[in-house]
Design a protein around this ligand. Structure first.
Ligand code: UT7
Length: 344
């Protein structure tokens, strides 16, 4: 299935464009290596690295005071400082996560309170690993419409709370992190801007990655716990295939709708689920790995946080410079998939 062709977005009604003003990220201190995991489940550093490209991941210390909203707060403060903005300058919070502090209330409201804010809209977005790009797309629309000037987009996860530490097929993959971007108005005539976003979903693939209990369909009781239904489950091989296909299709869609060729791209930031998926996508797109930004080796799959943390690191270390063409390309449970093409 190919995503429907879509044109690059038109200007907002006032001629406004949106851009990313600043980024920020935060990680738990605790590091878990593949060797550490080999003491918990029947696995090895060789197997994990060969199949996924992961060496270590960070794990939240919840009893020690870590939380999803705490990481988001740390990342948001960094981004606000870099954007030279006070929290009061924010008009909206879009918080992408599948591992909120609690189901009720929305973790975006918890972050709003931690930032000392009142009244601005705060929304949780459940689009799994595509969540940050979904948030970027919504923020872009609000800024271009003139309704909001500054939108905080968060991708933050504590997936290690949802992982089954007895399932070697999943527990080796995931880690915890937060990445954020502040989306604001581009100056008239400025080249830096969000050029396009394309969002897709295919609910017929909902059973490739799921968690049976925890929602309203299945109450967490002793039987659920005994059957380990309160943890994430995944059909790894099927997702792998869909991931390669959707990432390639979405990259082509973004480039074609902007009249661009792959050679014109400075940087490609795909969702970091598995380095082998990323390499297969780069090969199919005929894109050298030197132009692909990855952080999976150090952090594993941090779901909605992979793209904003990778973007933040590349901006901070000077790889991404103002004027560079950057393509973010994602897929996740749902399935959800999409892209955001930006001129940094
Ligand atoms: O954010 C999006 C969500 N997830 C993804 O994108 C994941 C996409 N899928 C993948 O990355 C890969 O499918 C995995 C890395 C999860 C698994 O790799 P695979 O090459 O598809 O392995 P497999 O599941 O087919 O298993 C191959 C073998 C099996 O043993 P047998 O049946 O051949 O004896 C597994 O039991 O590897 C075994 N195995 C392991 N061995 C050592 C599975 N997990 C492990 C492990 N350590 N951790």
């Amino acid at each position: 299935m190919k995503p429907p062709a879509a044109a690059a977005k038109p200007d907002g009604p006032h001629g406004f464009h949106a851009k990313i003003l600043a980024t920020g990220s935060a990680f738990p201190k605790k590091r878990l290596t593949n060797h550490d995991l080999a003491k918990i489940v029947d696995t090895s550093d060789e197997w994990i690295f060969a199949r996924t490209g992961i060496r270590t991941r960070r794990v939240a210390d919840i009893k020690g005071g870590d939380s999803n909203s705490g990481f988001a707060l740390e990342a948001a403060r960094k981004a606000l400082k870099r954007a030279k903005l006070e929290p009061a300058g924010l008009d909206m919070i879009l918080y992408a996560t599948v591992s909120p502090d609690r189901i009720i209330p929305a973790v975006s409201c918890i972050l709003q309170d931690k930032l000392g804010l009142k009244n601005i809209p705060a929304v949780d977005l459940s689009a799994a690993c595509s969540g940050f790009v979904y948030g970027l797309s919504i923020a872009d629309a609000f800024v271009r419409s003139g309704q909001h000037k500054h939108v905080l987009v968060v991708g933050s996860e504590v997936l290690t709370s949802l992982v089954d530490w007895e399932d070697r097929g999943t527990c080796i993959l995931f880690g915890d992190a937060a990445g954020v971007a502040i989306v604001g108005r581009a100056e008239p005539g400025e080249k830096s801007r969000i050029l396009s976003t394309h969002l897709h979903a295919d609910g017929s693939l909902k059973e490739l990655f799921w968690m049976e209990a925890g929602g309203s369909l299945l109450r967490v009781d002793e039987e659920v716990i005994r059957k380990r239904q309160n943890f994430m489950k995944m059909k790894g091989k099927e997702i792998y295939k869909e991931a390669v296909r959707t990432l390639v299709d979405c990259a082509i869609e973004a480039l074609e709708s902007n009249g661009l060729k792959i050679g014109e791209l400075d940087w490609f930031i795909p969702h970091q689920a598995n380095l082998r998926i990323i390499e297969a996508v780069a090969k199919r797109l005929d894109l050298p790995m030197e132009r692909v930004i990855t952080n999976i080796e150090q952090y594993g799959n941090t779901s909605s946080a992979t793209v904003p943390t990778a973007l933040d690191a590349a901006v901070e270390d000077g790889r991404i410079k103002r004027g560079d063409l950057v393509l973010m390309d994602v897929f996740g449970a749902g399935l959800t998939f999409g892209s955001a093409l930006i001129r940094w």
